[in-house]
Design a binder for this molecule. Structure first.
Ligand code: PGA
Length: 249
């Protein structure tokens, strides 16, 4: 049985007070959810305060970090500094980091390596832009992203990796991939893992879908055999919506 996960990506939203109260509200209202692991990726600024509140039911993660442990990197926060706060979950390769902050495969690979070495858990994001989907190149594109940034890892390293397929055209647009479109990609990701590593590994890795996932479409997406949960942006900012998504399993 693969681990089911529903993770919230709060992005650059909320004040400290709102983040703490959203965390508490989700924790309280999700107390009866036991079949799905839940976590939220908060802005770095609130992690220390949230960590004081953290309970087993709702883990906390960081949306970003730099791959060097310390040094002259103005404005950055390292994986070592996160670990010092007890933060063990990180996002890597989100399309907003790739596009807005120009993180290329070399940077993403360095972040993956640093987080693996630091024994952190990674949600590794991949996904194609609209023009690639429209030219029917989406599968090759996403598999290439994986080849360039995670396929150098050892099979055992995948105990620390969850993959999130997030088509860029679906992120924050209200235009969700259909369950069949998402399932097709998840199946291909699993096939690539099987060819590169082993069938056993490909069956073990949790693969999430992300991109305008909401309480209305979550159940249909999660019903697909290769979709093991979701990475939720906008809808994770409302406790009731986020919980309803988690309850869609
Ligand atoms: P969205 O974002 O749910 O708002 O589309 C998903 C994500 O970027 O992780």
């Amino acid at each position: 049985m693969r681990k089911k996960i529903v993770a919230g990506n709060w992005k650059m939203n909320l004040t400290k007070r709102d983040a703490l109260s959203l965390y508490q509200e989700i924790s309280q209202k999700s107390a009866d959810i036991t079949n799905v692991e839940m976590l939220v990726f908060s802005p770095l600024l609130f992690l220390d305060a949230l960590k004081q509140e953290e309970n087993k039911r709702l883990k906390i993660g960081a949306q970003n970090f730099f791959y060097e442990p310390s040094g002259a990197f103005t404005g950055e926060v390292s994986h070592s500094q996160l670990k010092d706060l007890g933060i063990l979950n990180v996002l890597v390769g989100h399309s907003e980091r790739r596009m807005v902050f120009k993180e290329d495969d070399t940077i993403i690979r360095s972040k993956v390596d640093a987080a693996i070495a630091a024994e952190m858990n990674i949600i590794y994001c991949c996904g194609e832009p609209l023009e690639i989907r429209e030219s029917d190149q989406h599968i090759a594109y996403v598999i290439d992203q994986m080849k360039n940034t995670i396929f150098h890892l050892k099979e055992a390293d995948f105990q620390q990796i969850v993959i999130a397929y997030e088509p860029i055209w679906a992120i924050g647009t209200g235009k969700t991939a259909t369950p069949d479109q998402a399932e097709e990609m998840h199946e291909q990701i699993r096939k690539a893992l099987s060819e590169r590593y082993s069938e056993t590994l490909s069956e073990k890795v949790t693969i999430l879908y992300g991109g305008s996932c909401n309480p209305k479409n979550a159940a249909e997406l999660f019903a697909k055999p290769n979709i093991d949960g979701g990475l939720i942006g906008g809808a994770s900012l409302k406790a009731d919506d986020f919980i309803e998504i988690a309850k869609s399993y």
